[in-house]
Design a binder for this molecule. Structure first.
Ligand SMILES: NC(=O)c1ccc[n+]([C@@H]2O[C@H](COP(=O)([O-])OP(=O)(O)OC[C@H]3O[C@@H](n4cnc5c(N)ncnc54)[C@H](OP(=O)(O)O)[C@@H]3O)[C@@H](O)[C@H]2O)c1
Length: 247
C-alpha cells in the first residue's frame, strides 16, 4: 500500500485487512502509520508491516527492490499523491517536479518492478488511484491533473497488457473524497463528495471488472458530461470554477 497513513489509504488498508490480507503500509509519517497498523493487527489478526518511505525519493527503484525483496506481493495499491494548488507561474519548478515524482514515476516504478512477480505466479492485482481532475484541463492544479491523466492511461494500458497473465488492474477515477488532504485544500464538500471507506470499497469491488471505476453516481454523470457531452473548452471552464475555490 503506497500512501497509507490517513484518508483513503487508511480506508484501503482497513478494507484489505478485513479481507484477511497481510499488509506492507508505506507513507512518510511513522506515527499515524503505526497507529493504523496496530488497529488492523488487533482487529483482524493479520500481519501488518509499516515503513517510513518517501515515494518521491530519487533512488526509488533501488529502494523499492530492497524493501520488497523476498516479499510475495499479491496486490499493489498506489494511493499516494502530491497535489499542490496554484497557477503554474506561482509554483517552483522543484515543487512541480515532485508531483511528477510521486504521482507519475511512483506508480510506474511500482508496476514495472512488482508486476513481474505477479505474472510469474499467474495472479495478482493493482489499484491505481486517479481522479476526475485527470479527464480534462484543470486550472490551478495543472500538474496534478496531468499526472492523474497519466495514471488513468497507464492503468488502462496495464489492464490490457497484464490481463492475459492473470493480473487485474483497475484505475479508480474518484471525485471529491472526505480525506484530511481534501479538507485542507477544499474547505467544504463539493457535490458528490464521498467517504473514503465507500471509495475504497467501490474500488476494490471493481478489481476484475476494470479498466476504470468511477465511485459515486454523481461522479459518473459528471465524467460523462464533461468528457463526452460538452466541448473541451466548456469542460475546462466548468472544472476551473471548482478549482478556483481550492487553496
Ligand atoms: N481526496 C480527494 O478528494 C481525491 C479526489 C480524487 C482523487 N483522489 C486521489 O486519491 C488518493 C488519495 O487521496 P487523499 O486525499 O487520501 O490524499 P492525502 O490525504 O494527501 O493522503 C495521501 C497518502 O499518501 C501519503 N503520501 C503522500 N505523499 C507521499 C510520499 N511522497 N511518500 C509516501 N507517502 C506519501 C500520505 O502520507 P504521509 O503524508 O505520511 O507521507 C497519505 O497517507 C490520491 O491518489 C488522490 O489523487 C483524492
Amino acid at each position: 500500500m503506497a500512501g497509507a497513513s490517513e484518508g483513503l489509504g487508511a480506508a484501503f488498508a482497513t478494507a484489505l485487512a478485513a479481507r484477511g490480507l497481510n499488509l506492507l503500509l508505506l507513507a512518510r509519517r511513522t506515527s499515524p502509520l503505526e497507529g493504523i497498523a496496530e488497529q488492523l493487527r488487533a482487529g483482524n489478526g493479520v500481519d501488518v508491516r509499516t515503513e517510513s518511505f518517501d515515494l518521491g525519493r530519487e533512488d526509488l527503484p533501488a529502494a523499492l527492490e530492497s524493501l520488497t525483496s523476498g516479499l510475495d506481493a499479491g496486490l499493489i495499491v498506489y494511493n499516494a499523491a502530491y497535489a499542490p494548488v496554484g497557477d503554474l507561474l506561482t509554483r517552483e519548478v522543484d515543487d512541480l517536479q515532485r508531483v511528477v515524482d510521486v504521482n507519475v514515476r511512483g506508480p510506474l516504478v511500482f508496476a514495472r518492478l512488482l508486476a513481474p512477480r505477479m505474472v510469474a505466479r499467474g495472479r495478482g492485482g493493482m489499484v491505481i488511484m486517479s481522479s476526475l481532475a485527470g479527464n480534462q484541463g484543470a486550472p490551478r492544479i495543472a500538474t496534478y491533473a496531468a499526472s492523474k491523466a497519466f495514471n488513468t492511461v497507464l492503468g488502462e494500458s496495464l489492464w490490457h497488457e497484464l490481463r492475459p497473465h492473470g493480473v487485474d488492474v483497475v484505475v479508480s477515477c474518484a471525485g471529491a473524497i472526505r480525506t484530511p488532504g481534501y479538507a485542507t485544500t477544499a474547505g467544504r464538500d463539493a457535490p458528490g463528495t464521498l467517504d473514503a471507506k465507500d471509495v475504497a470499497e467501490a474500488t476494490l469491488k471493481a478489481l476484475g471488472h476494470g479498466p476504470v471505476v468511477v465511485p459515486g453516481m454523481i461522479n459518473r454523470v459528471a465524467r460523462f458530461v464533461l468528457g463526452r457531452v460538452l466541448p473541451r473548452r466548456a469542460a475546462i471552464e466548468i472544472f476551473a470554477r471548482s478549482t478556483k475555490e481550492l487553496s
